[in-house]
Unconditional design. Structure first.
Lengths: 159, 536
């Protein structure tokens, strides 16, 4: 268990159930049980790019995709030329970028307390990439498939 | 451990004072640890800096706990100190929301806290464990009054929406039944002689007696409905006076049901080192600490200052900032040295003239999500109806936590609960909601535990830390691998700049981590300043 974890005092009973309920509350289908039987605290299973954006991404990038500015910035996705590359967006989701956490998992095995962000699978990553590149006024060509995300994921160094 | 008392002709106090005077705080601390007086921590007592080089100056970035500890000690050592702070108030994440406070989050959603006088929530840290010596010591120095924080309340709940028909269980009964069943099982095994290899014949009887005492077993080493178990888990009819006071024992929950409920997972919360009693909170809210530091530092802090650039050369440090109180006019502050406590989530976006290793370290730390929701109710129903006085309920619902106020007990007016305190995926989902939706969801989920919510709810306020304009996240969530790779480079002095904060500590997310990080940084910086000599 990560130390940061317990410190803040968030350990609790049965967070798998919590994750499921959070997912249900947001209209996302519940997670499948992990095949290995391992504790699976953070899985959010298949959903559309839009529902994933609304339940995760807009927390920082805002509902209109225009980001926000305070002491620092959350970059706008609307009109961001970097989104021209499907791989750039997919890698950012998989690995995180600076203060942005990684959404590529693996799910936190700690059933009591989980400070890490939701872990998205290949289909979900592809759905989010394709969504942000074609909304908020963005009209970038092309798309990425789950298989391509899987290949990208496989090319990454182990974390 | 030796008994307290004289050591030879000197008292311990005299001995420690002598060591402190001659060898410094760190040596005194080691001596204390050797005498069994202090467990391991990095707070080594009040920091002792010699006089600063004449005319030397330090710029401190950020007026949170780390920045203000650094500023106070450097000022006292004789440095000319200036602090630049983004917010219009001191404290940073040390912060309390009270009635009348306004908070505008990133994205522009503004909330006004409508709590009654004396009621509050702490959106950030809310407890001070007894071994966070640094925080407790500064509270004493600054006159911040402390009161007990109840981490453990045997009458608060553990709740799994999918167990016991969704009915919350008292911590008291879950704890008693878990210990009782485990003790009974172990006693059975011991009596069957299965543990002969591990337990000697003479220890066997002692172990059995200890299991009976620990688990509240009956004379036959069974955990069953009866006076022994009810003395732990509570009675069906409580003992009382006269003819109506005959007690009736309560019935323990079966082991299998208890195990399947998963509620045992939260039993060890109060056994975790940072959660063990005694724990304290400032009277009036955690923000009293930051406010006290702010008063102490007075005009040294420049508020509404948004740092946009940090440069250094062989002569000093130059920081460019926008003054929000003056139409975002660009200003430059200069000093010989700089202690930068800006969260890495923001520092990573500010051009800063440091070497590659520190830049890589700054960029290597994602920030964890956390959300707190404060809910005001028309009455303190948790006390009046459920006899819950302070402490915490843990639940599998996305709110994760309900915190009951540890002050104002038995008050007849309104009361404020911490209606949600969540992390990770739950916090991410709450962050993506508008503030009023977070409050509504916290009320909806909490009503599964306290049905009174529906009738008694009054108003609420919700803080999602990734929407905080001054931190953009809750705390530096170092992975073990990234910490191993970058932590040293993050903390080492780069030219004339040193970083401090909870992100530069092995006690992330705790104020004590920020504080000890600042003391560690300024002691190293001070040595470097002395070596560089007068007016460098």
């Amino acid at each position: 268990m990560s130390r940061a974890a317990i410190l803040h005092g968030g350990r609790r009973a049965g967070s798998t159930a919590a994750a499921l309920l959070a997912a249900l509350a947001l209209g996302i289908a519940p997670a499948h049980a992990d095949r290995s039987g391992a504790r699976h605290a953070t899985a959010v299973v298949a959903s559309t790019g839009e529902s994933l954006y609304r339940s995760i991404c807009q927390g920082c990038h805002m509902p209109d995709g225009r980001g926000a500015a305070g002491a620092g910035l959350y970059p706008a996705l609307a009109g961001d030329a970097a989104l021209a590359s499907t791989e750039f967006v997919a890698l950012t989701l998989l690995q995180g970028r600076r203060n942005m956490p990684a959404f590529g998992g693996p799910p936190d095995p700690d059933p009591f307390f989980n400070p890490n962000p939701p872990a998205l699978n290949d289909e979900q990553i592809a759905a989010v990439v394709n969504y942000v590149r074609t909304h908020f006024g963005n009209r970038f060509k092309g798309s990425i498939s789950a298989a391509q995300v899987q290949a990208l994921r496989a090319s990454l160094p182990a974390r | 451990m030796r008994e307290p008392g004289p050591i030879g002709a000197m008292t311990r106090r005299e001995l420690l004072a002598m060591i402190g005077r001659t060898a410094g705080g760190a040596a005194m601390y080691q001596a204390m640890a050797g005498l069994g007086l202090a467990p391991e921590t990095s707070y080594a007592g009040p920091v002792q800096l010699d006089a600063a080089p004449p005319g030397a100056s330090v710029l401190v970035l950020g007026a949170g706990i780390a920045g203000m500890v650094a500023a106070l000690e450097l000022r006292d050592a004789g440095y000319r100190v200036q602090v630049l702070e983004y917010n219009a108030r001191p404290g940073g994440r040390n912060w309390t929301l009270r009635g009348g406070d306004r908070y505008t989050e990133l994205g522009g959603d503004a909330q006004e806290c409508r709590f009654d006088p004396g009621l509050y929530i702490n959106p950030g840290p809310w407890r001070l464990p007894y071994h966070h010596y640094g925080m407790l010591s500064y509270c004493k120095r600054l006159g911040v009054a402390l009161e007990p924080f109840n981490q453990i309340n045997y009458n608060a709940y553990l709740h799994n929406s999918k167990a016991f028909g969704g009915k919350p269980q008292r911590l008291r009964t879950v704890r008693a039944d878990y210990h009782g069943h485990v003790a009974e099982l172990l006693a059975k095994v011991v009596r069957q002689g299965v543990l002969e290899q591990s337990v000697s014949a003479e220890d066997r009887e002692r172990l059995l007696e200890s299991l009976r005492a620990w688990g509240a077993l009956d004379k036959d080493f069974r955990y069953v409905q009866g006076p022994e178990s009810s003395d732990r888990r509570g009675w069906a009819v409580h003992p009382g006076g006269g003819l109506s006071g005959t007690p009736v024992p309560s019935e323990p929950v079966a082991l299998s049901e208890l195990l399947r409920s998963n509620l045992w997972t939260a039993l060890m919360m109060g056994d975790v080192y940072d959660m063990q009693p005694s724990i304290f909170q400032p009277v009036g809210g955690m923000g009293r600490v930051g406010e006290a530091f702010g008063r102490e530092l007075g005009g040294l802090i420049r508020y509404n200052a948004r740092v946009i650039r940090i440069d250094q050369d062989e002569r000093g440090v130059s920081v460019t900032y926008e003054d929000a109180a003056a139409g975002n006019a660009r200003q430059t502050a200069r000093a010989d040295w700089c202690v930068c406590t800006i969260p890495l989530s923001i520092l990573g976006q500010i051009p800063i003239q440091v070497g590659g290793p520190m830049l890589e370290a700054i960029a290597a730390c994602p920030y964890a999500a956390a959300v707190k929701v404060g809910l005001q109710f028309k009455r303190r129903f948790w006390e009046e109806d459920e006899q819950i006085y302070g402490g915490i309920t843990y639940t599998d619902l996305p709110i994760e936590t309900i915190g009951y106020p540890n002050h104002g007990f038995f008050g007849s007016g309104k009361g404020v609960l911490l209606g949600a305190y969540c992390f990770g995926p739950d916090a991410t989902a709450f962050t993506a909601m508008a503030p009023e939706e977070r409050v509504a969801k916290a009320v909806e989920y909490g009503a599964e535990i306290h049905p009174q919510y529906a009738a008694e709810f009054d108003s609420g306020v919700a803080v999602a830390w990734h929407r905080s304009p001054f931190t953009m996240g809750c705390f530096g969530n170092w992975s073990e691998a990234a910490r191993a790779q970058h932590f040293r480079a993050l903390c080492e002095i780069d030219g004339r700049i040193v970083l401090a904060g909870e992100h530069a500590s092995d006690l992330p997310a705790w104020q004590e981590g920020a504080l000890t990080s600042a003391l560690d940084a300024i002691q190293r910086l001070h040595r470097r300043a002395l070596a560089a000599g007068a007016k460098a």
